[in-house]
Design a protein around this ligand. Sequence first.
Ligand code: PLP
Length: 465
Amino acid sequence: KASELVDADDDDAVELAKRHLVQPWPYAGSVGNEARALIGEGDGIYITDGSGKRLIDGPAGMWCINVGHRREELAKVMYDQAMALSYNTPWYTMNAPSAELARRIADAAPADLSHTFFTTGGSSAVETALRFMQFYNNVRGRPEKKLILSRGGAYHGSTYLSASLNGRPRDRDWMDGADDLVVKLSSPDPFRRPKEMSIAAFTDFLVDQFRDTIARVGAERIGAFVGEPVQASGGVVVPPDGYLKRIREICRENGILYISDEVVTGFGRLGHVFASGDVFGIDPDMITFAKGVTSGYFPLGGVIISERLLEDLRRSNHPDALFGHGLTYTSHPIGCAVALKNLDLLEEGVLAHTREIAPYFQAQLKTLEELPLVGEVRGVGLMACVECVADRESKDPLQLDKDVGKRIDAHCHELGLLVRPLINMCVMSPPLIITKEQVDDMVAILHEGISRTMDDLRKEGVWRG
Ligand code: PLP
């Protein structure tokens, strides 16, 4: 039992966390003094909380437990690799699992993306891609070409430069960033487009804004565009058809590197190893990934780089220019070994299962739109968002109660489902091995959880829907 692995029992853990743990994304008023839902064990699509209650892991951890909890194959590979070689320095040595994983990734990646630099997670992957862009332009004699284009609704990480790209509400209210290096564009969120605008006109607006921004700022000053194919933490924003392809072409025309952030969409979430090529038909210059690469069993990420960019560097006039960038845990043998096994599991059936079940998952969740609190259910693959609104006409995002997502989560927790609440939204991205019956359970709980939330809001007199 998981609880037998540590000295502290569950009550102790809560006390100890309050006394000694700083949790991510805390508020000043409770920093270092906060207990969160204690999770003891995981099995398949389920986790068990501190009181022994079994819950469907709705967000699959943080969009990462793709092949499910308690996969013995993955645990065994980690044990075997640790017993064979637990670590080697990537500064002067290398290991076989990282070379083999880089080859498998190159096989699955679109176009000429042939080489991978491994990192410790998503933020360090995005950071690496951006530092590589800076280095590339320095070596090529274009030191002024460094600005980065990002969009509202984006989430790219929690290191200084990656976080500077973030565009979700609240993220930057109290945090600094390298604002002089970043140019922000609109979120490609069709749900929040102006009322009278068609989707086609909205797409044109986004593309025109992209072109106009380049014209205003100057292509010679812009190094890269960074974008998630589907903005994940921004609320599963699926961009309008054709938009990503048009942005990709404009980047090519202007010598701006296109960095596709597949930290969430990579490794199966949309039924493919990478979504950029297979789902959206684009060939980025770099792809960043993390999370699902090891199904969350080990912290690993990476950036896949185009052969053309590496060739440009090798042929430059500065063969002695040093890319001074590396992490102690770059190419970690345990991470790469578990990623190889995880990729086997994905390719041997989990990807096909995801493609098969995704339409059912989306259709069943869509039925929640019958509830008046629900403004829209949207998604693709096995990622979806239920967005609540106070009023469907104005799409008011519940100004009266910004934390409606948390209320739904609390009811769902009681009913057996962990939800990822995001202000007025609930994001669902279960382990990819979920069955139809389990989808039905998940949707039934969400239906009841949202209904109970509507009752609460009515009783409190804050909502009249
Ligand atoms: N990029 C995207 C699209 C993400 O969703 C995340 C994390 O949620 C990150 C980057 C940062 O990854 P990490 O938290 O592993 O550093």
